[in-house]
Design a protein around this ligand. Structure first.
Ligand code: THG
Length: 525
């Protein structure tokens, strides 16, 4: 009809602060903020007292006016009838407080409220100027149940890479067998080892039903895994079905300008309709951008269309300045990682507010597994230093930069930062024949330690194997409470401090916590 009618979108939370299927207020707001609604809010289910926390959250973070429309208290069942216990004056008082404290802009009454309740609201609150709303939405992705900040502190947001038929033989085998439960197991493993979100891809040359497969997998993942999804497909129709299936705020991976505007024009309407964030590769008609200045040029063209024309919030635009393998020995790619790092800086300086992402493991394709781990860790470290926000990695394979032996760090940095012409040859030679688990190569660092020192070391360095024996030795000499307070807790505190300082990323903290858990449960017996 051409008539514009404001939309007021409200969620109903139970007394625990969640919707019926578990959605919390942050996940709900992440989804609603990305959609063209005019007012967000809460209604029904509870009285004002249970709405305080979510109302505070909305008041603080919503860029739109916030509505709070409670019941007249939690209903009591009196002889089979619902009785609402909250009187007009009490309700008006509670809502008045929320208006004043949280900047709530719209109030009203749902079940159990009467004309007297509304008269009291009008009398008590009256008309007042609307509160000033935050100018910028939070940069969030969300699953059905929880929201995740795109700007993690410490960075980066970790995107698990393995639920990908192109990136895992195991997942490809599962997908070919239509084993969705098997893929859920892989997804859970990624989340349990520290992934904040999951990249999901079921593209395969062997099959033509990517559309149906991704839809089915997204449906299962949405209900079984709490992490938000990154929908990885080059096909707009595949993305369309997956977005329709997904109840959270997804990230689309990805668009580019290889064929001019074509991909953007087919994907952006979907992104806006579903409120998704979008990964954009720095590829244009001239191909994949290999230098920092070409990456910036391609990114700028995309920005002008996606933000300038389509109106996507810059915070929802995530640039991927491309990672190339360094193992080819190809002269053309020798400086490619360095250009990627400079590309991150250039993009974030030129287009404030946008995010950046990289597929880290690509950098080490073709190297031996031990060398891969180290090159990946070095590249990730420098990318985060350059300002990287999101990293696609295998969370249980990443390694803390600070723990790389200096000699190996230098070899990897020579390659990643293109510091020597013979860097690749030297790195390959160093790691030739090296097996996993013998990474350090040197003497056992725990050889001369007391049981207490070993416990400390095992927690800080995530070595849960055999931690029970050290507990037994430690408690043979001292009080278990002393072992807990004097040894285990300080070790875990050290891990927490390192995390806070950005030296460790989440997967490592979880592994330390796992060692801690085993130690504590032994202590309890
Ligand atoms: N940018 C964006 N998206 C991406 C990439 C990127 N998605 C896909 C890819 N690159 C990132 N994902 C992976 C997944 C797995 C591996 C690398 C990148 C990987 N896999 C092992 C291998 O091939 O050696 C798998 C071995 C096995 O089969 O188990 O390295 O750059 N936006």
């Amino acid at each position: 009809t051409g008539v514009q009618i404001p939309i007021q979108a409200q969620v109903t939370l139970d007394t625990s602060g969640r919707k019926l299927l578990g959605t919390d207020i942050a996940a709900a707001l992440a989804v609603l903020e990305a959609l063209p609604v005019d007012v967000v809010g809460l209604n029904c289910s509870t009285g004002p007292e249970h709405m305080r926390e979510p109302a505070r959250y909305l008041g603080e973070h919503s860029t739109r006016p916030v509505a709070v429309i409670p019941n007249a208290g939690l209903p009591l069942n009196v002889d089979g009838l619902a009785v609402y216990p909250l009187g007009p004056d009490e309700m008006a008082h509670d809502l008045h407080e929320m208006v004043e404290q949280f900047g709530i802009g719209i109030v009203g009454g749902c079940c159990g409220t009467t004309p007297e309740h509304l008269t009291a609201l009008v009398r008590e609150i009256g008309r007042r100027p609307s509160s000033v709303r935050p100018a910028k939405p939070l940069a969030l992705t969300a699953s059905m149940v929880r929201a995740v900040d795109l700007q993690q502190d410490p960075a980066p947001l970790i995107v698990g890479e393995r639920v990908n038929t192109l990136g895992s033989r195991r997942v490809k085998r599962l997908a070919l067998a239509d084993d969705y439960d098997g893929m859920i197991v892989v997804a859970r493993e990624q989340v349990d080892s520290g992934a904040h979100a999951l990249d999901v891809c079921v593209a395969m040359t062997e099959r033509t039903d990517e559309r149906e497969m991704l839809r089915a997998l997204v449906k299962k993942l949405a209900l079984n895994v709490e992490a938000p999804l990154v929908l990885d497909s080059t096909e707009a129709d595949v993305l369309k079905d997956a977005l329709e299936q997904y109840p959270g705020r997804a990230i689309i991976n990805s668009i580019n300008m290889e064929n001019g505007r074509l991909k953007i024009d087919s994907v952006m309407p979907l992104a806006l309709a579903h409120g998704a964030a979008v990964v954009a590769m720095t590829i244009d008609e001239e191909g994949m951008a290999k230098t920092a200045s070409r990456k910036l040029e391609a990114a700028r063209k995309i920005y002008d269309i996606v933000v300038g024309e389509y109106g996507l919030a810059p915070e929802a635009l995530i640039f991927d300045p491309l990672t190339f393998p360094l193992s080819t020995g190809d002269e053309e790619f020798a400086r490619s990682a360095l250009e990627t790092l400079d590309g991150i800086r250039a993009i974030e300086t030129d287009m404030p507010g946008v995010m950046t992402i990289l597929g880290i493991s690509n950098v080490s394709f073709g190297l031996n597994p031990v060398a891969r781990k180290i090159v990946n860790a070095v590249f990730l470290y420098h990318a985060v230093e350059a300002g990287l926000d999101l990293a696609i990695v295998h969370p249980s394979h990443v390694m803390p930069f600070a723990e790389i032996p200096p000699v190996e760090r230098e070899l990897a940095e020579d390659l990643v930062l293109a510091r020597r012409d013979d860097a690749l040859a030297r790195l390959i030679e160093h790691f030739e024949g090296r097996e996993e688990e013998s990474t350090a190569g040197g003497p056992d660092p725990m050889a001369d330690m007391t049981p207490e020192e070993k416990l400390h070391y095992q927690i800080v360095y995530r070595k849960k194997e055999g931690i029970e024996e050290q507990i037994d030795l430690a408690v043979s000499k001292r009080d278990p409470v002393e072992v807990l307070n004097g040894v285990l807790l300080p070790a875990m505190k050290e891990v927490g401090d390192k995390f806070g300082a950005g030296e460790l990323i989440l997967p490592f903290v979880l592994q330390s916590a796992e060692a801690m858990k085993r130690a504590v449960s032994r202590l309890e017996t």
